[in-house]
Ligand binder design. Structure first.
Ligand SMILES: [Mg+2]
Length: 266
């Protein structure tokens, strides 16, 4: 493969599922960077959350945020990040939700109506992390407080308006119609044949399916996401950051990328 690009999910993939650590992936990350392999983070997190993480990981590459809702790039290392929203801007989503609520009386609260302390309490995030998670640009998580029938009716109304509704563990997410794969196509276009994608969950499928090599990070219980119809799917040998590191290391071996001396001897 000429000029490979690594595209990776964060939670449960590059970051451990439970403790969010990435230390076991650092040697492979450094090896990929030393070999000039670009690393693109592709997550449902906000741009604010991802920019902070990119700084900690020392990554300059483009970021795909909010499940394909937008892309951040840096024209040069240390230059300010530039954001492009691909999805429906959040203010439009909120206006649509407010209109539906006024008309039908459904009970829910959007992230935009919750303060930092409320988001922290609902998500288990620290207040600082909750503040970054609240800075959404093209999606609105709802704390749904009405019954299932109301949710079904609200979902139909939003879908009829061309929006997408997905149910997460804790929230109902409202956004435009985009995913991690559609944004990747915008970002990489004709070079998708050089993409090595890593993910662990159903929202990673559109990205894994478009990649030349799909690396699935297994869940902590050992089970792994299926990627139907893909010719080159590999299951990482361990969950989380350790699996990420070992899978990327073998791939870099395959591609003939040199190892650092300290990796050979350490
Ligand atoms: Mg994940």
């Amino acid at each position: 493969m000429r000029r490979p690009v690594i595209v990776t999910d964060l939670d449960g993939t590059l970051l451990n599922h439970d403790d969010y650590r990435w230390a076991p992936a650092v040697p492979a990350l450094a090896r990929a960077q030393a070999a000039g392999v670009p690393i693109v983070l592709n997550s449902s997190k906000t741009a604010a959350e991802m920019i902070e993480l990119a700084a900690q990981l020392r990554l300059d590459g483009p970021l795909v945020f909010e499940n394909g809702g937008g892309i951040c790039r840096r024209p040069a290392p240390d230059a300010p990040w530039q954001t492009m929203v691909l999805g429906v801007p959040r203010a439009q989503l909120q206006a649509r939700l407010n209109a539906l609520r006024a008309r039908h009386g459904w009970r829910f609260r959007g992230f935009g109506e919750l303060d930092v302390a409320e988001v922290a309490a609902l998500t288990g995030l620290t207040p600082a992390a909750a503040a970054l998670a609240r800075r959404r640009q093209c999606s609105e998580p709802l704390d749904w407080q009405d019954d299932e029938d109301a949710l079904a009716a609200c979902t139909s109304a939003l879908e009829a308006a061309g929006l997408a509704v997905t149910r997460g563990g804790r929230f109902v997410h409202v956004s435009g119609r985009h995913d991690k794969g559609s944004a990747l196509e915008q970002l990489l276009g004709g070079t998708l044949g050089q993409v090595i994608a890593l993910g662990d969950a159903p929202n990673d499928l559109p990205m894994l399916q478009r990649a030349a090599v799909a690396i699935v990070i297994p869940r902590p219980d050992g089970s792994a996401l299926a990627v139907p119809g893909h010719a080159d799917v590999r299951i990482a040998p361990a969950p989380g950051a350790e699996g990420w590191g070992r899978a990327v290391d073998s791939l870099l071996d395959e591609l003939g990328c040199p190892r650092h001396k300290e990796q050979e001897h350490g």
